[in-house]
Design a protein around this ligand. Sequence first.
Ligand SMILES: [Zn+2]
Length: 413
Amino acid sequence: MKAVMLVMDGVGDRRCASLSGQTPLEAAQAETFNELAKQGECGIMDVISPGLPNGSDTGHLALLGYNPFEVYTGRGPFEAFGAGIQLEENDIAFRCNFATVNADGMIIDRRAGRISTEEAAALGKAIEDITLKEFPDVEIIFKPTVEHRGVLVLSGKGLSDKVSDVDPHAVGVYYQPPKPLERGPKARKTARILELFLERAREVLNNHPLNQERIARGLNPANALLTRGGGHPPKLKPFHEKFGLRGAIIAGGALYKGVCRAAGFDVIEVPGATGTVNTDLNAKMEAAINALKTYDFVLVHVKGTDSASHDKDPAKKIRMIRNTSEAFSKVVEYAATENIYIVIASDHSTPVEIGEHRGDPVPVTIVGPDVRRDYVERFDEISCARGGLGRIRGIDLMPILCNYLGKMSMFGE
Ligand SMILES: [Zn+2]
């Protein structure tokens, strides 16, 4: 028995004044999703716990059946896995931003004018060569990913993830070097390495011709790196050992690939899967159908619903829901012929009128040949609340699905 899970990032929402009191899912009237709700067992899901807003990293851990309170070690390691960096147990991975720091040391742009992926790659090349002769036992890996984003990995002995974020999440404040957050030599050493590396990086970046050129064009130079979310790689029992399912993920964004890769999934790269609203949904769905021929569990992640929510653009969110629903119909057709179970879920709510993550439950539907259907007829936050699944937690979803798939072992005799 196989299953496909569609995760629409941040799709959960609240009543919107601009939509006459409807949620974007209600307003979208997405045909395929509503049809699935009709056929399936519906509910609402507190992805982590009631009322707790969460990020996509902890959200996806929960969706995959891992308890984030036990396994989560920070976002950095997932970004690194997503960027294809293999992490060793003692490594520490950080998320990284190219940023603009002015002559007074004030951070004036956390995204360096959202420099292009190509520019970041060129700057990354120059940073790659930085070595610290003070710490010959530690390897430093920097890899730019998309636009201003990147990952930094410190690899070696005697390191600690207890160092402060350099990224203040604000502009107009002064650049602060990393500080140890615990006593002892490990955190001190790590903070010092990071401080030296970031200093060297600023020198290299300040002198880079690409930045001189940006300044000449009136653009913010990418003259500093800001780190945050440092952590050791999480210890996850591989998904296939946990549930007996071989998993694959289709996603545009590095984070989602990273969480799944950390859980032992294969990543299926789809050209045109951008991790934005302009993603090639049809290509992703085609890839999902193909993957279902080889894998037992395929997760398809769509980011655009969350991006539209952060942009506070209800019309864009509705459009993204409708487009995803339409593209997903091909997967539904294929699943029906092969008796493949379908789950529609989300990793958190991002109310579009607020533009930030909130701790509201998300709607969820499970469809399959023998699933207990209920009387819900529409896939939205309000309708699904009356469904047979009731109100579950994110971590309950995989066991409920695996019970249908015949993959749960018995408790007791
Ligand atoms: Zn988000």
